[in-house]
Design a protein around this ligand. Structure first.
Ligand code: ZN
Ligand code: ZN
Ligand code: ZN
Length: 422
């Protein structure tokens, strides 16, 4: 068989990573992760594989972001930035690369004109954002890697996007011998973390849309008992699109004991009476993500579940309130964890408190022990503590929060209690 090594959000993901345990204890070995291929797309509006993102942004915004990126390149001693598949590219240009075998690559020299190399047949997809970059289409018989090497020629230190396919980097290595590579997240990440007002507005609109769906769940307007998790998941997915998202990123529905697996893949289990149903769902609207979790109970919650939920509810409230500018991210994690620890459920809160959110459903800053980054106004992140009792039940409560000079503002405002539904 295959041995599964389990690491926790609290262990450091680096060369010094501590692996915790060696056996896989969760029931669903064919776990579908959050970034699974998107299966629901708003029909007729956008392609599944990518498109221009946020219509709200004009070229002056991109020029300003590019100027700040160049400053960050100087600070980080980076001579050239290479961006392909992933969200850094649309953040800087408004264009999302198609994740296919033909190379799309933005080459940003620290000084000099940025060039977007693009397969000729995809060039018509690119909106003209004049002055931001030169568009360089390559033909089917050309070698795009050699063109990238020429554009980045002379660079000693190159930053590459996290999601650039390994094959393109592997092909680039022999073309640019002696170059030192680093992650673009060090250059673009801090910019993307600090959301401007238009970005916060986009996150708030997406949040309000999923709140309306959460309300339907809590009013019993989305039938649960007698349906499978997968059917309810599909229902949530449809509603996410109907409420204005361009695509569904995930719609986790986990009933009863399945809710003890935080990223459970909704399956054929039929939802019964008198059990907890955890729903964690979100999508992308105008380039920005929503993500909320609410639990409902099909009947009157049992005393055991109600007691644990009261702890979870308080932990989540304390976590949101801790989001004061200047507070290290890990302090928010500690604040939620303390409440859960004190109530004796500490061993059953098996993940970090939250993640940043923006163009990506999970991005910096991570709300986790070890992240001492102080919160700044404009940081957007989730606060989503959970309690998971293997074989019995699980629960999580999640809001997206934006740090502001006036204190934390939650972008999700549906009922936080464990609502009983018929
Ligand atoms: Zn998650
Ligand atoms: Zn979530
Ligand atoms: Zn989340």
């Amino acid at each position: 068989g295959v041995r599964v090594a389990v690491w926790t959000d609290r262990s450091v993901r680096s060369a010094t990573q501590t692996w915790v345990g060696t056996t896989h204890t969760w029931a669903n070995a064919t776990h579908t992760w959050v970034n699974a291929p998107h299966t629901w797309v708003r029909s007729g509006q956008r392609s599944q594989t990518g498109d221009m993102t946020s219509p709200m942004v004009d070229s002056s915004v991109y020029l300003e972001r590019l100027a700040r990126v160049r400053d960050a390149m100087a600070t980080n001693d980076v001579d050239a930035l290479l961006l392909s598949v992933g969200h850094d590219l649309p953040y800087l240009t408004g264009y999302t690369a198609m994740p296919l075998e033909r190379l799309t690559m933005l080459v940003v020299p620290r000084d000099g004109v940025a060039t977007m190399l693009i397969p000729a047949l995809e060039a018509p997809r690119v909106r003209d954002v004049s002055g931001v970059f030169d568009l360089l289409p390559w033909g089917e018989t050309q070698d795009p890697t050699a063109i990238v090497a020429r554009l980045a020629g002379g660079a000693r230190r190159i930053a590459v996007g996290d999601q650039m396919w390994a094959r393109f980097l592997v092909e680039l290595l022999p073309e640019l011998p002696g170059v030192e590579y680093t992650r673009a997240v060090d250059v673009v990440g801090p910019l993307r973390m600090s959301k401007d007002q238009a970005e916060i507005d986009a996150l708030a609109a997406a949040g309000a849309a999923v709140d309306r769906i959460a309300g339907e769940l809590q009013r019993g307007e989305i039938p649960l008992v007698g349906r499978t998790e997968a059917e309810v998941s599909a229902h949530l997915g449809r509603r996410i699109i109907e409420e204005g998202h361009d695509k569904v990123n995930f719609a986790i529905v986990a009933a009863g004991e399945n809710a003890a697996s935080p990223h459970h893949h909704a399956g054929s289990r039929v939802i019964g009476e008198d059990e907890i149903v955890l729903c964690d769902f979100g999508g992308t609207m105008n380039g920005y993500c929503s993500d909320t979790t609410r639990c409902v109970f099909t009947g009157d919650p049992t005393a055991e579940v109600a007691e644990a939920y009261a702890v979870l509810h308080e932990a989540q409230r304390v976590g949101v309130a801790a989001g004061v500018v200047g507070t290290p991210c890990e302090e928010i994690d500690r604040a939620t964890r303390r409440v859960i620890d004190d109530a004796g459920f500490g061993d059953f809160f098996i993940h970090r408190t939250g993640h940043g959110i923006g163009m990506e459903e999970h991005e910096d800053p991570y709300i986790v022990e070890g992240n001492s980054l102080p919160l700044e106004a404009g940081h957007a992140y989730s606060v989503e503590p959970g309690i998971y009792i293997p074989g019995k039940w699980g629960m999580r409560l999640e809001d997206i929060v934006v740090a502001t000079a006036d204190g934390p503002v939650a972008l999700n405002n549906s009922d936080h209690s464990l609502v009983g539904v018929g």
